[in-house]
Design a protein around this ligand. Sequence first.
Ligand code: SF4
Length: 285
Amino acid sequence: MKKIIRVFSHKNSYTPIDDYAFYGEPTPLFPLPEHDEIHISCTFTWDKPYCEYLACQWQLVTNKQIKLGGVAYGSPSYDFVQGMYIKPNIIFTSRGCNNNCPWCVVPKLEGKLKELPVYNGNIIQDNNFLQTSRKHKEKVFEMLKKQHGICFKGGLEPDLIDDHFVNGLLYIGAERVKELWLACDTDARIPYLKKACEKLSKAGFNRNKIHCYVLSYGKDRESDEARARTVYESGATPFVQLYRDFSETKTEYDADWNAWARMWQRPAATKAHMEKGTNYKNFKT
Ligand code: SF4
């Protein structure tokens, strides 16, 4: 098996920590372990110039092949190698998605949904886990029965939350499930989100466990505020994400949009906002 050094532009809660994971430029203080290749992993398109710089820097300290890739370069990721580019407890049990949401790169990069072998892990990062077959879900539930702090982080499609999935969660044990992340990216998803929250609530999951991604294009504050509020009132904790396209330059939003989004990303601030009804039109910091 090849020994591969992985280099990441930045450290975050997802990037792995092991003897073969490095961050930023090579440093003479840490001699490199024996290796066959070096992979520079680039996630965001706006990091590409820095990652290309890193590739040059790392080429100076090795005579082995350097490979530059990652999501930012549209590298295909049909399979999943546990612990390679994300921490080993974070796993993908499927790749791709059969939907084609206009804001999403997953179908373009990974194609239609494909089920993968199930490794042990407690954070399920699949783009659309609920599109997998019942048989596949049951394999995952069986694996999760031995895990704690379980999170379905990839975004659960509300209209696909059915009794089979809810019973699977109860089979794992509701107390082992820490977070269920739904998605409500357009107003058209609201009726499905409400039904999904109702189902999950009946099964014993509350707002502390049910989270929901809320996409905002940073254009229509009134409409996005109303959607985030509806998500909260439906029994989930909203998490507003300002849209970032995968162009070379990072989409920037003004201080007011960033402050508004941050308020919807912090559960205590969100709760205070919902209870006190603070003005959502002016959040300048
Ligand atoms: S359902 Fe999710 S993963 Fe699939 S295309 Fe839409 S946003 Fe992307």
